[in-house]
Design a protein around this ligand. Structure first.
Ligand SMILES: Nc1nc2c(ncn2[C@@H]2O[C@H](COP(=O)(O)OP(=O)(O)O)[C@@H](O)[C@H]2O)c(=O)[nH]1
Ligand SMILES: [Mg+2]
Length: 247
């Protein structure tokens, strides 16, 4: 039975002092005191470590990892997940962004929406009943990229790049067992690692994409727009490394 009692949420933070909202964590903790957090400071040069220390002193189930040098979101998440995998009491490991574009409540929401699944992928789909706020330009570039990725890898997933995902501990071990080849396509890489391990038919059984009820893009994104031009090349690297999904 999946409960949030044995779930841990990994959050990478790089210079998040202005976006990190400690009060939201304290409020959430009152409703879900069992959920644990692993907060990874990715070599921040601002007061992020100070804010993490404050949260650590206020909540019980918070672990902090301090990376001395900035390593990028993928590697920051990987260090958090690698540490959580060691804990036998943990069944599910999630990750979300520090700006809480997906609110903390997303975690219990996703677990309840996909009972028994070991790969739960949040998906940003604007349909009646959901609040999905993204800058039009980013949305369109994102959709063109998602379609290209889906075709190139033969992978029918609507939103591979969504920053809210949950895995069983066993699957997390497979998905994060080595460093990623690309800086921003690690979401695609980890999905391909899982599919290549389980095969497509099994992946369909254990995985589910769930439309988020809320995703509100926050200002201050640190992903450079110029990266857009590198995306197709990185996508080809992913295909070279992992091949296409065989069905
Ligand atoms: N851009 C960036 N984000 C990082 C890095 N290391 C960790 N992160 C975290 O990764 C998440 C990315 O969020 P954000 O910059 O808002 O990306 P976006 O919402 O996709 O534009 C945040 O939690 C960051 O703090 C890094 O080196 N660069
Ligand atoms: Mg963001």
């Amino acid at each position: 039975m999946q409960t949030i009692a044995n779930t841990c949420v990994v959050i990478p933070l790089y210079n998040e002092e202005t976006r990190f909202d400690i009060d939201k964590f304290i409020e959430f903790n009152k409703l879900h005191p069992d959920l644990c957090f692993c907060l990874v400071n990715d070599g921040s040069t601002d007061n992020t470590p100070g804010m993490l220390a404050e949260l650590h002193s206020k909540l019980e189930r918070v672990e902090i990892i301090d990376l001395e040098k900035n390593q990028g979101k993928a590697e920051a998440i990987r260090s958090g997940i690698s540490q959580m995998i060691q804990r036998n009491d943990i069944e599910h490991i999630a990750f979300i962004d520090a700006d809480l574009s997906a609110p903390l409540e997303t975690i219990p929401f996703l677990l309840a929406a996909a009972p028994g699944k070991s790969v739960i992928l949040g998906s940003r789909i604007l349909i009646l009943g959901t609040t999905i706020v993204r800058k039009p330009f980013r949305h369109y570039v994102g959709r063109v990229f998602a379609t290209m990725a889906s075709e190139t890898l033969n992978l029918p997933i609507y939103d591979t790049q969504c920053g809210a995902k949950i895995f069983s501990r066993e699957i997390a071990e497979i998905a994060f067992n080595r460093p990623f080849k690309t800086r921003w396509l690690f979401d695609l890489e980890l999905i391909m690692r899982i599919v290549n391990h389980t095969g497509w038919e099994k992946f369909k059984e254990i995985g589910q994409e769930v439309p988020l009820y809320e995703w509100v893009e926050k200002g201050g994104s640190k992903v450079k727009l110029s990266y857009m031009f590198k995306l197709p090349f990185d996508l080809l690297r992913v295909r070279k490394e992992y091949g296409k999904v065989k069905k």
